[in-house]
Design a protein around this ligand. Structure first.
Ligand SMILES: [Zn+2]
Length: 333
């Protein structure tokens, strides 16, 4: 089940990699591939839902900038006249997906702008409000879940989500991402603080990582930790900029990894909600979303596999050994 609205296309900037053509491409592809595509319209997140994870100042700043006609935040993040409304609809889309997951098992929110770089006080990295963090907080406050796993598979580290839940033991944040890469955070030593110590798990992987090493990191570290946490809701920050064809990321994943992610995540919990983050090759993004949905519903996809060098394999092997050593203080890995 898909959460989507054409309103998401109104946040747009021609020539920017995060533009409206991304969702047009995905929806076109899914309508071709899936005969019965169920689409649910999102609702807007309320101010109090947004401000459960963001400051009032941040909320008011995005609203004021958008109402004034828009502008840029930092080097890479744009706001236009419609962006405030669309960002509320994106956060609301993630909430809608949580409600659908609670009722029917799983849902995928195809939303824009993305969210995982937005911190409590700061828009950055194409993100205005942190959609998945708002949805996780909503699920906790509504009693839909007591323990939420956020698995972040975008090629970039989800610094905003990490920041928001850094002290929280009720949200386990696990991120697999490329390092070095924007935004530069996400070292394995970033483990959370206070009561949240151990509930932030970073698995940074080298450029050139392909399916084999990626799935090893997922199966040998991320999944065992997720199982020990025993979440009653799983949220996935689903970025497809890990794809081989992606112009922004340096990883080499094929559809195989996205299919496996869909399949494995479904075994963790009876409630699973995906929220779209990055992915800037229109074709890899579209095929990636489809492969994830196919994995979730156990539809077979054509087997593909990306190659990686022995040098990268050895580097991942070395890193995973080191990560186990650090994480062993909190988890059985
Ligand atoms: Zn990304």
């Amino acid at each position: 089940m898909i959460v989507y609205s054409d309103e998401y296309l109104r946040h747009d900037s021609a020539g920017h990699p995060e533009n409206a053509s991304r969702l047009k491409a995905v929806m076109g592809y899914l309508k071709d591939k899936l005969e019965a595509l169920r689409i649910v319209e999102p609702r807007r997140a309320t101010q109090s839902e947004v401000c459960a994870v963001h400051s009032e100042e941040h909320y008011n700043y995005i609203r004021a900038l958008s109402e004034a006609g828009g502008g840029n935040i930092g080097m890479d993040t744009y706001v236009n006249r419609d962006s405030f409304f669309v960002a509320l609809l994106a956060a609301g889309g993630a909430i809608t997906a949580v409600n659908l997951a609670a009722q029917e098992g799983y849902a995928f929110a195809l939303v824009r702008p993305p969210g995982h770089h937005a911190t409590r006080d700061q828009a950055m990295g194409f993100c205005l409000f942190n959609n998945i963090a708002i949805a996780a907080r909503y699920a906790l406050e509504q009693g839909i879940a007591k323990r939420v796993l956020i698995l972040d598979i975008d090629v970039h580290h989800g610094n905003g989500t990490q920041d928001i839940f850094y002290s929280s033991p009720e949200v386990l944040f696990i991120s697999l991402h490329q390092h070095p890469l924007y935004p530069g955070t996400g070292y394995v030593e970033e483990l959370g603080k206070g009561e949240g110590k151990g509930y932030t798990v970073n698995i940074p992987l080298p450029p050139g990582t392909g399916d084999e090493s990626y799935l090893r990191a997922l199966e040998e570290i991320a999944i065992p930790i997720a199982e020990q946490f025993s979440p009653d809701l799983v949220l996935v920050s689903a970025g497809y900029d890990t794809a081989r064809e992606d112009p922004l990321g340096g990883m080499l994943l094929s559809q195989r990894s996205y299919w496996q992610i869909g399949r494995k995540v479904k075994t963790l919990c009876s409630k699973v909600a995906f929220t779209l983050e990055g992915g800037y090759s229109l074709s890899a993004l579209s095929r990636g979303v489809y492969a994830t949905l196919a994995g979730l519903s156990r539809i077979e996809v054509e087997e593909t596999r990306s190659e990686e060098t022995t040098l990268v394999k050895a580097e991942v092997e070395k890193r995973l050994k080191e990560y186990r050593h650090v994480l062993r203080e909190y988890w059985d890995v």
